[in-house]
Design a protein around this ligand. Structure first.
Ligand code: ADP
Ligand code: MG
Length: 237
């Protein structure tokens, strides 16, 4: 079992940011939340992460009701658009951080860091500092750091949003390959149709705090469920 979001609503003041959301993210899948700016994607991700609590509804992660649990007990990895790495720490230290605070034995931690550096294709850059890396390399370190503790769930909020188009395209393809290797249940937020199409197993199209359609990239593209989906997904403009 992956993630189950049941009848979840969230309001900020008078503004209905999420309106009765129902969603199942299959175990081991890579699901994209796709929608225009302000449609509620980040709010939904933050609710799954436990950084916000829903006004109504429940959130289950691997079958367990996590609605009112401490976020630290969720074992979730995050990557955000501007995920600040620790500037005063090397790449290795950044990746090892989560393992060290959990008091993993030193040797085991170092072996795991080597494994992760290889996974994100940054072998040989372990002793650099974040300022000595490109934007794309930094996001790969952020991903390695998120994966270090073997999270049950990986949440990515526009992780490549700040990168230029070429790097973005490369990282998309790379993330897809990585996911095929690691298979951690992942939710990926993007406002970019092409990115969602290329990266994900399933696309959740959002608009104004509601889900318009859930389906495979081909489903959503070939059989748009609403006129919104048709215009949003339609010919890439
Ligand atoms: P998206 O990620 O799809 O761009 P968000 O989930 O960030 O959308 O935001 C949805 C709406 O909720 C936006 O109009 C935003 O201004 C509002 N919103 C999000 N977080 C807060 C907050 N903490 N307080 C007030 N309004 C918020
Ligand atoms: Mg957002």
């Amino acid at each position: 079992m992956g993630i189950l979001v049941e009848n979840v609503s969230k309001q900020f003041g008078d503004f209905q940011a999420l309106d009765n959301i129902n969603l199942e993210v299959k175990n081991g899948s890579l699901t994209a939340l796709l929608g225009p700016s302000g449609s509620g994607k980040s709010t939904l991700l933050r609710l799954i992460a436990g950084l916000e609590t829903p006004d109504r509804g429940k959130i289950f992660i691997t079958g367990k009701d996590f609605t009112s649990q401490d976020p630290r007990d969720r074992n979730i990895g995050f990557v955000f658009q501007h995920y600040a790495l620790f500037k005063h720490m090397s790449v290795r230290q950044n990746i090892a951080f989560g393992l060290e605070i959990r008091k993993n034995p030193k040797q085991k931690t170092q072996a795991r860091v080597d494994e992760l550096l290889e996974l994100v294709q940054l072998k040989g850059l372990g002793n650099r500092y974040p300022s000595q890396l490109s934007g794309g390399q930094r996001q790969r370190v952020a991903l390695a750091r998120a994966l270090a503790v073997e999270p049950q769930v990986l949440l990515l909020d526009e992780p490549f949003g700040a990168l230029d188009a070429q790097v973005r395209k490369e990282l998309r393809a790379w993330l897809r390959r990585l996911h095929d290797e690691v298979h951690v249940t992942s939710v990926f937020v993007t406002h970019d149709q092409e990115e969602a199409m290329e990266v994900s197993d399933e696309i959740v199209v959002m608009n104004k705090g509601k889900i318009e359609q859930i389906g495979s990239p081909a489903d959503v593209y070939d059989n748009p469920a609403t006129s919104f989906v048709m215009s949003f997904i339609g010919p890439v403009n």
